[in-house]
Design a protein around this ligand. Structure first.
Ligand code: PR8
Length: 467
């Protein structure tokens, strides 16, 4: 995969994930295969959030005066908002924004919903499309102007500790989500100049795409009381006083799918983790003149049995050369292929091909254990994909002791860890020198010095070329 960008665009087209021919820049069409991957990824996330969040659905349009209420927030988004100015031929007396995110749509209503301390915390989420007029180069799934699958959560708490704890909980939820699809990540606290407009602080998940550039795949923001004050969201304490609430919000986008495709795929196409694969297993009959009917019947029964047991399976009985079918299912990333011919049935065998390793193996076939056997292979594929991805990710995080070394290491892209004092002027100098971005503060370090200004530094930060 020497040219990742080209590979990525080709595979989106060939595997029928996204059609990029829609005539608006940054807005694309989900095709059936892509839509299924999206659907299963959403299902995983919903299962995690539904534990203690309520799903809601707010309108797409935000009145101009509500969007403008939170000054820092609106400043952060002013260059990215799409506006509706007319209803038919009639100019609107109040412009309406297409939500770039939904804080200013939701929070005026939260003001009406929040009453007493006993109602809190409240945790909501919605899955919607949001619109951002991105000026940087757009790319399908990675930087789009219509984010079609914006999964945004918004929570409300009585105190600052509640919001801080929620940030940690949200990070755990996202960890668990990314683990289920085998995506490696590193969590940093974004520098102040790069936090979400209106947030006290922002925690971000970054992964690494095969071209060595990092992609921000999720963010968790502690909003403190900024929005609560702006929208006057208060609750009544046990003593009957009115206090402003504390809030958090966090979100994931279409980038989740981009990273699944980009990180696991290879030169033969997609490699999908079973958790999101439209088909987890494909059965291909190996037919000869003799015994063909028996093979078809066997495969068809096997298909029904797997399906009944909750495995997403497809029986490919098209009248095509087996080789052509193999090529197609490999390109589409089906985790496991079963090839069954007359001799296999006779010998109680089947041929398996794992897409993650491309290993072909003749396995025993037993009616009683087949479901278990297949589920075991699928679990192993999930684990192997995750391990491989994490290993590659970790290999690409390298420490630098000086700015010169950071610059040199950066020639191979990846992530550089280094000691940083945390100061803004100093940070900008580092970015200027190495010509890449500071992702943020990653973890505590023993006493060291900032690699740029020499001031004492107790934190390790990360640098990377970012998307
Ligand atoms: C919030 N408010 O909005 P965030 N294309 C694809 N993905 C994108 C794009 C884009 N143009 N822009 C951002 N993302 C908060 C939290 C409600 C939810 C992805 O936060 O602006 C990035 O992965 O940080 C980002 O981390 C995530 O959406 C949330 O966007």
């Amino acid at each position: 995969m020497s040219n990742f960008s080209e590979w990525f665009h080709n595979i989106l087209e060939e595997a029928e994930i996204i059609d990029t021919r829609y005539p608006i820049k940054g807005m694309h069409v989900w095709q059936p295969q892509g839509f299924k991957i999206r659907k299963y990824a959403l299902k995983l996330l919903r299962e995690l959030l539904d534990d203690d969040h309520e799903e809601v659905l707010f309108p797409l349009l935000i009145p101009e005066d509500e969007l403008a209420k939170e000054a820092i927030h609106v400043k952060g988004f002013e260059e990215e908002v799409y506006w509706i100015t007319h209803g038919g031929l009639t100019p609107l007396n109040k412009k309406l924004a297409l939500r770039p995110t939904s804080e200013t749509a939701m929070y005026p209503i939260f003001k009406l919903w929040v009453r007493s301390h006993s109602d809190l915390p409240l945790k909501f989420y919605q899955v919607v499309n949001t619109f951002r007029y991105e000026t940087k180069h757009t790319r399908p799934l990675i930087r789009v102007r219509e984010i079609t699958t914006f999964k945004e959560a918004h929570t409300i708490h009585v105190d600052s500790q509640g919001a801080q704890d929620q940030v940690q909980d949200a990070i755990e939820i996202y960890r668990s989500f990314f683990d289920q699809v085998g995506i490696p990540y590193i969590v940093t606290r974004r520098p102040d100049w790069d936090k979400f407009p209106g947030a006290d602080y922002t925690m971000a998940f970054d992964t690494l795409l095969p071209d060595g550039k990092t992609l921000q795949i999720g963010t968790v923001h502690n909003l403190g009381q900024t929005f609560a004050r702006t929208f006057d969201i208060t609750y009544e304490t046990a003593e009957g006083e009115h206090q402003h609430v504390y809030q958090t919000c966090y979100g994931l986008s279409d980038r989740v799918i981009a990273s699944i495709i980009g990180i696991h795929g290879d030169s033969s196409g997609l490699i999908l983790p079973p958790s999101v694969a439209p088909y987890q297993v494909v059965i291909v009959p190996v037919l000869f003149k003799k015994g063909a009917q028996e093979v078809i019947e066997f495969c068809s029964q096997l298909h029904d049995k797997l399906k009944k047991n909750g495995i997403r399976v497809h029986f490919d009985d098209r009248d095509l050369r087996a080789g052509k079918k193999y090529y197609e299912w490999e390109m589409r990333g089906v985790p496991l292929r079963l090839e069954i011919g007359p001799r296999d049935i006779e010998n109680k065998k089947m041929m398996t091909l794992r897409r993650d390793t491309m290993e072909k193996e003749s396995c025993d076939y037993q009616d009683e254990t087949i479901i278990n056997d297949i589920n075991e292979i699928l679990t192993d594929i999930t684990q192997n994909l995750k391990n491989k991805a994490w290993q590659k990710f970790n290999e690409n995080i390298r420490p630098a002791k000086s700015l010169e070394q950071a610059k040199e290491l950066m020639q191979n892209r990846g992530i550089i860890s280094f000691n940083w004092c945390g100061g803004e002027t100093c940070g900008k100098e580092i970015e200027e020198f190495v010509q890449v971005d500071i992702l943020g503060l990653h973890q505590e370090s023993s006493d060291e010095k900032c690699i740029n200004c020499g001031a004492p530094s107790k934190t390790i930060a990360l640098l990377a070329k970012t998307y």
